[in-house]
Design a protein around this ligand. Structure first.
Ligand code: PBG
Ligand code: ZN
Length: 324
Protein backbone atom coordinates (compact mmCIF):
# COMPACT_ATOMS: atom_id res chain seq x y z
CA UNK A 1 0.00 0.00 0.00
CA UNK A 2 1.23 3.49 -0.87
CA UNK A 3 1.89 5.83 2.08
CA UNK A 4 1.81 9.56 1.23
CA UNK A 5 4.36 11.70 3.07
CA UNK A 6 2.32 14.86 2.68
CA UNK A 7 -0.94 14.38 4.52
CA UNK A 8 -2.97 17.60 4.34
CA UNK A 9 -5.72 15.87 6.28
CA UNK A 10 -3.62 15.75 9.48
CA UNK A 11 -4.16 19.46 9.97
CA UNK A 12 -7.53 19.59 8.28
CA UNK A 13 -8.95 17.00 10.60
CA UNK A 14 -9.65 19.22 13.59
CA UNK A 15 -11.40 22.59 13.67
CA UNK A 16 -8.88 23.86 16.21
CA UNK A 17 -6.03 23.15 13.74
CA UNK A 18 -8.00 24.63 10.85
CA UNK A 19 -8.37 27.81 12.87
CA UNK A 20 -4.63 27.90 13.57
CA UNK A 21 -3.59 27.75 9.92
CA UNK A 22 -6.41 29.79 8.38
CA UNK A 23 -4.84 32.26 5.91
CA UNK A 24 -7.70 34.70 5.32
CA UNK A 25 -10.46 36.21 7.38
CA UNK A 26 -13.34 38.61 6.89
CA UNK A 27 -13.90 41.40 9.40
CA UNK A 28 -16.69 43.92 9.85
CA UNK A 29 -13.96 46.54 9.34
CA UNK A 30 -13.70 45.47 5.69
CA UNK A 31 -17.28 46.38 4.80
CA UNK A 32 -18.95 49.37 3.13
CA UNK A 33 -22.76 49.49 2.79
CA UNK A 34 -24.36 51.18 -0.27
CA UNK A 35 -27.57 53.21 0.25
CA UNK A 36 -30.07 54.88 -2.12
CA UNK A 37 -31.38 58.22 -0.94
CA UNK A 38 -34.59 59.40 -2.61
CA UNK A 39 -36.05 62.91 -2.67
CA UNK A 40 -39.21 63.35 -0.61
CA UNK A 41 -40.42 62.07 2.73
CA UNK A 42 -41.99 58.90 4.06
CA UNK A 43 -40.45 56.86 1.27
CA UNK A 44 -39.19 53.33 1.86
CA UNK A 45 -39.59 51.33 -1.31
CA UNK A 46 -37.92 47.96 -1.76
CA UNK A 47 -36.00 47.51 -5.01
CA UNK A 48 -37.85 44.62 -6.64
CA UNK A 49 -34.71 42.93 -7.96
CA UNK A 50 -32.76 43.49 -4.70
CA UNK A 51 -34.69 42.10 -1.71
CA UNK A 52 -33.70 43.92 1.49
CA UNK A 53 -32.44 47.03 -0.34
CA UNK A 54 -34.56 50.19 -0.38
CA UNK A 55 -34.93 53.55 -2.04
CA UNK A 56 -35.62 55.70 1.00
CA UNK A 57 -36.11 59.30 1.93
CA UNK A 58 -33.67 61.00 4.26
CA UNK A 59 -35.30 60.19 7.63
CA UNK A 60 -35.22 56.47 6.79
CA UNK A 61 -31.65 56.73 5.48
CA UNK A 62 -30.60 58.27 8.79
CA UNK A 63 -32.31 55.48 10.75
CA UNK A 64 -30.63 52.79 8.67
CA UNK A 65 -27.27 54.58 8.85
CA UNK A 66 -27.55 54.37 12.65
CA UNK A 67 -28.24 50.66 12.42
CA UNK A 68 -25.22 50.24 10.13
CA UNK A 69 -23.01 52.12 12.60
CA UNK A 70 -24.29 50.05 15.52
CA UNK A 71 -23.39 46.88 13.64
CA UNK A 72 -19.80 48.16 13.55
CA UNK A 73 -19.67 48.75 9.80
CA UNK A 74 -17.27 51.68 9.29
CA UNK A 75 -18.77 53.33 6.20
CA UNK A 76 -21.70 53.80 3.86
CA UNK A 77 -21.55 54.85 0.20
CA UNK A 78 -24.42 57.05 -0.95
CA UNK A 79 -26.33 57.18 -4.24
CA UNK A 80 -28.99 59.81 -4.91
CA UNK A 81 -32.37 59.82 -6.62
CA UNK A 82 -33.05 63.54 -7.16
CA UNK A 83 -36.38 65.34 -7.48
CA UNK A 84 -35.61 66.36 -11.05
CA UNK A 85 -33.07 65.38 -13.69
CA UNK A 86 -31.79 67.50 -16.58
CA UNK A 87 -29.26 67.34 -19.40
CA UNK A 88 -26.37 68.58 -17.25
CA UNK A 89 -27.24 66.79 -13.99
CA UNK A 90 -27.67 70.02 -11.99
CA UNK A 91 -28.78 68.28 -8.79
CA UNK A 92 -25.40 66.51 -8.61
CA UNK A 93 -23.57 69.72 -7.71
CA UNK A 94 -26.37 71.74 -6.15
CA UNK A 95 -25.89 72.78 -2.54
CA UNK A 96 -29.48 71.65 -1.93
CA UNK A 97 -29.09 68.43 -3.93
CA UNK A 98 -30.38 65.11 -2.64
CA UNK A 99 -26.93 63.80 -1.69
CA UNK A 100 -25.81 67.07 -0.08
CA UNK A 101 -28.93 67.06 2.13
CA UNK A 102 -28.47 63.38 2.94
CA UNK A 103 -24.84 63.86 3.97
CA UNK A 104 -25.77 66.74 6.30
CA UNK A 105 -28.56 64.67 7.89
CA UNK A 106 -26.36 61.63 8.50
CA UNK A 107 -23.48 63.73 9.82
CA UNK A 108 -25.83 65.56 12.22
CA UNK A 109 -27.36 62.37 13.59
CA UNK A 110 -24.87 59.50 13.37
CA UNK A 111 -21.46 59.54 14.99
CA UNK A 112 -18.52 57.36 13.98
CA UNK A 113 -19.74 56.47 10.52
CA UNK A 114 -17.75 57.46 7.46
CA UNK A 115 -19.88 58.88 4.66
CA UNK A 116 -18.50 58.12 1.20
CA UNK A 117 -20.27 59.53 -1.86
CA UNK A 118 -20.49 58.11 -5.35
CA UNK A 119 -19.44 60.92 -7.69
CA UNK A 120 -21.12 60.50 -11.08
CA UNK A 121 -23.67 62.15 -13.34
CA UNK A 122 -25.89 59.24 -14.38
CA UNK A 123 -28.28 59.49 -11.43
CA UNK A 124 -28.86 63.19 -12.19
CA UNK A 125 -28.99 63.41 -16.00
CA UNK A 126 -32.28 62.94 -17.87
CA UNK A 127 -30.46 60.86 -20.51
CA UNK A 128 -28.91 58.57 -17.85
CA UNK A 129 -25.31 58.82 -19.06
CA UNK A 130 -22.39 59.44 -16.70
CA UNK A 131 -21.57 62.86 -18.19
CA UNK A 132 -22.47 65.66 -20.57
CA UNK A 133 -23.52 64.60 -24.06
CA UNK A 134 -22.01 66.16 -27.17
CA UNK A 135 -22.53 64.72 -30.65
CA UNK A 136 -24.14 61.58 -29.23
CA UNK A 137 -21.31 60.68 -26.84
CA UNK A 138 -20.12 61.74 -23.40
CA UNK A 139 -17.77 64.74 -23.60
CA UNK A 140 -14.84 63.86 -21.36
CA UNK A 141 -13.35 67.24 -20.46
CA UNK A 142 -16.66 69.07 -20.01
CA UNK A 143 -17.74 66.25 -17.71
CA UNK A 144 -14.71 66.28 -15.44
CA UNK A 145 -15.30 69.95 -14.60
CA UNK A 146 -18.78 69.06 -13.38
CA UNK A 147 -17.56 65.97 -11.52
CA UNK A 148 -15.03 68.13 -9.70
CA UNK A 149 -17.80 70.57 -8.71
CA UNK A 150 -19.95 67.63 -7.58
CA UNK A 151 -17.14 66.19 -5.43
CA UNK A 152 -16.44 69.59 -3.87
CA UNK A 153 -20.12 70.10 -3.01
CA UNK A 154 -20.27 66.64 -1.38
CA UNK A 155 -17.23 67.44 0.71
CA UNK A 156 -18.59 70.88 1.65
CA UNK A 157 -21.75 69.11 2.86
CA UNK A 158 -19.58 66.90 5.07
CA UNK A 159 -18.61 63.83 3.04
CA UNK A 160 -15.58 62.03 4.50
CA UNK A 161 -14.44 60.51 1.19
CA UNK A 162 -15.44 60.78 -2.46
CA UNK A 163 -15.63 57.91 -4.95
CA UNK A 164 -15.74 58.89 -8.65
CA UNK A 165 -17.46 56.15 -10.70
CA UNK A 166 -17.85 57.83 -14.08
CA UNK A 167 -14.73 56.48 -15.87
CA UNK A 168 -13.82 59.79 -17.55
CA UNK A 169 -10.09 60.24 -18.17
CA UNK A 170 -8.45 62.67 -15.77
CA UNK A 171 -11.28 62.97 -13.27
CA UNK A 172 -9.22 61.89 -10.25
CA UNK A 173 -6.70 64.64 -10.97
CA UNK A 174 -9.44 67.22 -11.49
CA UNK A 175 -11.14 66.25 -8.21
CA UNK A 176 -7.84 66.21 -6.30
CA UNK A 177 -7.04 69.69 -7.62
CA UNK A 178 -10.36 71.30 -6.71
CA UNK A 179 -10.39 69.70 -3.24
CA UNK A 180 -6.83 70.85 -2.55
CA UNK A 181 -7.58 74.41 -3.72
CA UNK A 182 -10.51 74.58 -1.32
CA UNK A 183 -8.65 73.41 1.81
CA UNK A 184 -9.82 69.81 1.54
CA UNK A 185 -6.43 68.27 0.92
CA UNK A 186 -7.16 65.85 3.79
CA UNK A 187 -10.17 64.25 2.06
CA UNK A 188 -9.31 60.92 0.40
CA UNK A 189 -10.41 59.75 -3.05
CA UNK A 190 -11.49 56.16 -3.59
CA UNK A 191 -11.41 55.76 -7.33
CA UNK A 192 -13.54 53.32 -9.28
CA UNK A 193 -10.30 52.84 -11.21
CA UNK A 194 -11.17 49.61 -12.95
CA UNK A 195 -14.84 49.59 -13.82
CA UNK A 196 -16.07 47.28 -16.55
CA UNK A 197 -19.08 47.81 -18.84
CA UNK A 198 -21.07 45.08 -17.15
CA UNK A 199 -24.48 43.45 -17.34
CA UNK A 200 -24.21 42.93 -13.59
CA UNK A 201 -25.25 46.58 -12.96
CA UNK A 202 -28.83 45.89 -14.14
CA UNK A 203 -30.55 45.84 -10.71
CA UNK A 204 -28.62 48.95 -9.58
CA UNK A 205 -30.01 50.91 -12.50
CA UNK A 206 -33.51 50.07 -11.27
CA UNK A 207 -32.50 51.14 -7.74
CA UNK A 208 -30.82 54.38 -8.83
CA UNK A 209 -33.16 55.01 -11.80
CA UNK A 210 -30.08 55.59 -13.94
CA UNK A 211 -30.55 53.44 -17.04
CA UNK A 212 -29.10 55.20 -20.12
CA UNK A 213 -31.94 56.37 -22.37
CA UNK A 214 -29.92 55.67 -25.53
CA UNK A 215 -26.85 53.57 -26.27
CA UNK A 216 -24.75 52.05 -23.50
CA UNK A 217 -21.66 52.86 -21.41
CA UNK A 218 -19.07 51.06 -23.56
CA UNK A 219 -17.43 54.30 -24.74
CA UNK A 220 -16.29 55.02 -21.17
CA UNK A 221 -16.47 51.85 -19.06
CA UNK A 222 -13.91 49.10 -19.69
CA UNK A 223 -14.16 46.18 -22.08
CA UNK A 224 -14.68 43.02 -19.95
CA UNK A 225 -12.09 41.22 -22.07
CA UNK A 226 -9.18 43.40 -20.92
CA UNK A 227 -6.70 42.69 -18.13
CA UNK A 228 -3.60 44.73 -18.99
CA UNK A 229 -5.78 47.80 -19.46
CA UNK A 230 -6.87 47.41 -15.83
CA UNK A 231 -3.27 47.95 -14.74
CA UNK A 232 -3.00 51.07 -16.91
CA UNK A 233 -6.27 52.46 -15.54
CA UNK A 234 -5.20 51.85 -11.93
CA UNK A 235 -1.76 53.36 -12.56
CA UNK A 236 -3.30 56.48 -14.11
CA UNK A 237 -5.60 57.02 -11.12
CA UNK A 238 -2.78 56.45 -8.63
CA UNK A 239 -0.63 58.98 -10.53
CA UNK A 240 -3.50 61.48 -10.31
CA UNK A 241 -3.78 61.01 -6.55
CA UNK A 242 -6.23 58.17 -5.86
CA UNK A 243 -5.82 56.95 -2.26
CA UNK A 244 -7.82 53.75 -2.71
CA UNK A 245 -8.38 51.92 -6.00
CA UNK A 246 -11.40 49.81 -6.79
CA UNK A 247 -12.29 46.92 -9.06
CA UNK A 248 -15.90 46.56 -10.15
CA UNK A 249 -17.79 44.20 -10.56
CA UNK A 250 -16.36 41.71 -8.08
CA UNK A 251 -17.00 38.02 -8.68
CA UNK A 252 -16.38 37.81 -12.45
CA UNK A 253 -13.21 39.92 -12.01
CA UNK A 254 -11.38 38.32 -9.07
CA UNK A 255 -8.41 37.74 -11.37
CA UNK A 256 -8.21 41.52 -11.79
CA UNK A 257 -8.38 42.05 -8.02
CA UNK A 258 -5.42 39.70 -7.62
CA UNK A 259 -3.58 41.34 -10.52
CA UNK A 260 -3.88 44.78 -8.92
CA UNK A 261 -3.00 43.40 -5.46
CA UNK A 262 0.25 42.05 -6.93
CA UNK A 263 1.06 45.28 -8.80
CA UNK A 264 0.17 48.04 -6.36
CA UNK A 265 0.64 48.77 -2.69
CA UNK A 266 -2.41 51.05 -2.42
CA UNK A 267 -5.46 49.91 -0.43
CA UNK A 268 -7.70 47.94 -2.76
CA UNK A 269 -11.50 47.83 -2.81
CA UNK A 270 -13.86 45.53 -4.64
CA UNK A 271 -17.51 46.32 -5.46
CA UNK A 272 -19.74 43.27 -5.04
CA UNK A 273 -22.34 44.76 -7.39
CA UNK A 274 -26.11 44.61 -7.58
CA UNK A 275 -26.40 41.73 -10.05
CA UNK A 276 -24.13 39.57 -7.89
CA UNK A 277 -26.37 40.32 -4.91
CA UNK A 278 -29.58 39.62 -6.85
CA UNK A 279 -28.33 36.25 -8.11
CA UNK A 280 -27.56 35.03 -4.59
CA UNK A 281 -30.86 36.37 -3.22
CA UNK A 282 -32.85 34.73 -6.01
CA UNK A 283 -31.15 31.36 -5.57
CA UNK A 284 -31.57 31.55 -1.78
CA UNK A 285 -35.27 32.47 -2.09
CA UNK A 286 -35.73 29.33 -4.17
CA UNK A 287 -33.97 27.21 -1.54
CA UNK A 288 -31.27 26.31 -4.06
CA UNK A 289 -28.31 27.40 -1.94
CA UNK A 290 -27.43 27.85 1.72
CA UNK A 291 -27.56 31.65 1.77
CA UNK A 292 -25.31 32.42 4.74
CA UNK A 293 -22.71 29.90 3.66
CA UNK A 294 -22.60 31.15 0.07
CA UNK A 295 -22.44 34.83 1.08
CA UNK A 296 -19.65 34.27 3.61
CA UNK A 297 -17.70 32.18 1.09
CA UNK A 298 -18.12 35.02 -1.42
CA UNK A 299 -16.74 37.57 1.07
CA UNK A 300 -13.80 35.30 1.80
CA UNK A 301 -13.15 35.01 -1.94
CA UNK A 302 -12.80 38.80 -2.20
CA UNK A 303 -10.36 38.86 0.71
CA UNK A 304 -8.35 35.92 -0.63
CA UNK A 305 -8.13 37.63 -4.04
CA UNK A 306 -6.50 40.55 -2.24
CA UNK A 307 -9.23 43.10 -1.51
CA UNK A 308 -8.95 45.18 1.66
CA UNK A 309 -12.41 46.75 1.35
CA UNK A 310 -15.63 45.07 0.21
CA UNK A 311 -18.49 47.31 -0.90
CA UNK A 312 -21.51 45.06 -0.59
CA UNK A 313 -25.30 45.10 -0.22
CA UNK A 314 -24.74 42.09 2.09
CA UNK A 315 -22.82 44.22 4.62
CA UNK A 316 -25.48 44.24 7.35
CA UNK A 317 -26.17 40.51 7.23
CA UNK A 318 -22.45 39.73 7.08
CA UNK A 319 -21.85 41.96 10.13
CA UNK A 320 -24.56 40.05 12.04
CA UNK A 321 -23.19 36.65 11.07
CA UNK A 322 -19.69 37.72 12.10
CA UNK A 323 -21.03 38.47 15.61
CA UNK A 324 -22.41 34.95 16.11
C1 PBG B 1 -22.74 54.98 -11.36
C2 PBG B 1 -22.60 53.65 -10.69
C3 PBG B 1 -23.08 52.40 -11.10
C4 PBG B 1 -22.77 51.52 -10.08
C5 PBG B 1 -22.09 52.23 -9.10
N1 PBG B 1 -21.98 53.53 -9.51
C6 PBG B 1 -23.87 51.97 -12.27
C7 PBG B 1 -23.38 52.09 -13.64
O1 PBG B 1 -22.25 52.46 -13.90
O2 PBG B 1 -24.23 51.84 -14.51
C8 PBG B 1 -23.13 50.04 -10.07
C9 PBG B 1 -23.32 49.43 -8.73
C10 PBG B 1 -24.06 48.15 -8.71
O3 PBG B 1 -24.44 47.55 -9.74
O4 PBG B 1 -24.29 47.68 -7.59
N2 PBG B 1 -21.89 55.18 -12.42
ZN1 ZN C 1 -22.52 56.91 -13.72
Amino acid sequence: MFHPVFRARRIRGKEIFRRMVRETSVSVNDLVYPMFSAFGSGIRKEVSSMPGIYQQSIEHIVAEAKEVQELGIPAVILFGIPETKDAVGSDAYSEKGIIQETIRAIKANVKDLAVITDVCMCEYTDHGHCGIIRDGDVDNDATIDLLAREALSHVRAGADMVAPSDMMDGRVGAIREILDKNSFSHIPIMSYAVKYASGYYGPFREAAESTPQFGDRRSYQMDPANRLEAIREAQADIDEGADIIMVKPGLPYLDIVRELRNHFKQPLAVYNVSGEYSMIKAAAANGWIDEERVIMETMLGFKRAGADIIITYHAKEVARWLMK
